[in-house]
Design a protein around this ligand. Structure first.
Ligand SMILES: Nc1nc2c(ncn2[C@@H]2O[C@H](COP(=O)(O)OP(=O)(O)O)[C@@H](O)[C@H]2O)c(=O)[nH]1
Ligand SMILES: [Mg+2]
Length: 342
């Protein structure tokens, strides 16, 4: 099969799997979240169980492909390629990985199963961005602006982040700049009460940039450490999106010169290739400094983390593995890859 046919085949396969999930709007279910706050699972185990579905789909299939074999040859690579694609790693990234495997098999004729695993592990690690932690204490307040389409988990992630920083004795202020619906503001208010942090809001329908401005100003005069601004995700096109986001950003910059320090794009892992598409749109519309990838718990599409890190060269900083306040983890590349292969 020629390269063109191969890519076409892969594209067809991926397109048929795309799904839209831009329209879910939800107020966090209090009882459920409260229940999960009291869960005492260890962090590492949570990450492991959070990506369990991806692990069993992705590496389970690879393991089955090579089961009982002592050598992996050219014909196995086609099957591995298909598995990588169906794990939502994305076509470009899969082709890079397969290319490396082919080079190796061409050189050595055969590789054994553990060499295959090591090679996959190395290559995935090479393709993923390492996140270099910015020192949050250097700028006070440190401003995080959270962007992404509706339903991906922005507000929930903000609640979890607020809790995370609060537990580090940071003074956190939230800004309810998703002013499209009353429910959006209410949802953030609920989180602020749950976590016990301050929130700045205005009426529904008010100017998001004005809310952002008020929030930053209040945070500055109250010596807050961290500001997290929620935004709406329902702009119809890139031009509107760009205009809206740059307006909010500019207004922040008027109060604190470098703000926002972190424009965080939230993506829902369970939408697979759609998440990659959203990353494309948002990186065209605004500067994006980091990615939070949510809902890894419910999906076998966790391979999307690998594709996103490779294709956008933007670090995945946090992963969401559930709806509870503790279900957010700093993303650690090594831990992620180790969990997949262990
Ligand atoms: N299973 C799971 N659900 C999540 C996660 N993050 C958010 N959600 C749920 O996704 C839905 C939409 O979240 P929300 O924060 O309102 O999204 P927003 O529209 O981007 O602000 C809610 O029901 C959340 O509880 C996660 O990591 N795992
Ligand atoms: Mg929201």
């Amino acid at each position: 099969m020629g390269v063109f046919d191969k890519v076409k085949k892969l594209l067809n396969k991926t397109e048929s799997k795309q799904s839209g999930a831009d329209t879910v709007e939800n107020i966090g279910q209090k009882s459920d979240i409260d229940k999960k706050i009291s869960d005492n699972t260890s962090e590492k185990q949570t990450i492991k169980s959070g990506i369990e579905k991806t692990k069993s789909s992705f590496f389970g299939k690879i393991a089955r492909t090579v089961a009982g074999k002592s050598k992996v040859d050219e014909s196995d690579l086609d099957e591995i390629e298909e598995i990588l694609i169906t794990s939502d790693i994305g076509i470009d990234t899969t082709l890079k990985i397969i290319d490396k495997l082919e080079q190796r098999v061409a050189k050595d004729k055969y590789i054994n199963v553990s060499e295959l695993n090591n090679l996959l592990k190395e290559e995935i690690s090479f393709l993923m961005q390492d996140y270099i932690q910015k020192e949050i204490n250097t700028t006070s307040p440190y401003v995080i602006m959270v962007v992404g389409v509706n339903g991906v988990g922005k507000t929930t992630t903000i609640g979890k982040l607020a809790n995370y920083f609060k537990n580090q004795n940071k003074k956190v202020v939230l800004g309810a700049a998703d002013t499209f619906r009353a429910a959006a503001v209410d949802q953030l208010v609920l989180w602020s009460e749950r976590v016990g942090v301050e929130i700045i809001k205005q009426d529904m329908g008010s100017d998001p940039a004005s809310v952002a401005f008020d929030t930053i100003q209040s945070a500055k005069s109250n010596n807050a450490d961290i500001v997290i601004i929620d935004t709406a995700g329902r702009l119809h096109n890139n031009v509107n999106l760009m205009r809206e986001l740059s307006k909010i950003r500019n207004v922040m910059g008027k109060v604190i010169k470098d703000a926002p320090h972190d424009v965080m794009l939230v993506l829902d892992a369970s939408t697979g290739q759609n998440a990659i598409e959203q990353a494309k749109q948002f990186t065209q519309a605004t500067k994006v400094d980091s990615i939070a990838l949510t809902k890894l718990d419910g999906t076998a599409k966790g391979g999307v983390v690998i594709g996103i890190s490779d294709q956008f060269q933007i670090p995945v900083k946090y992963i969401g593995v559930g709806e509870g306040v503790d279900d957010l983890h700093k993303f650690n590349k090594k831990e992620f890859i180790d969990s997949l292969f262990s």
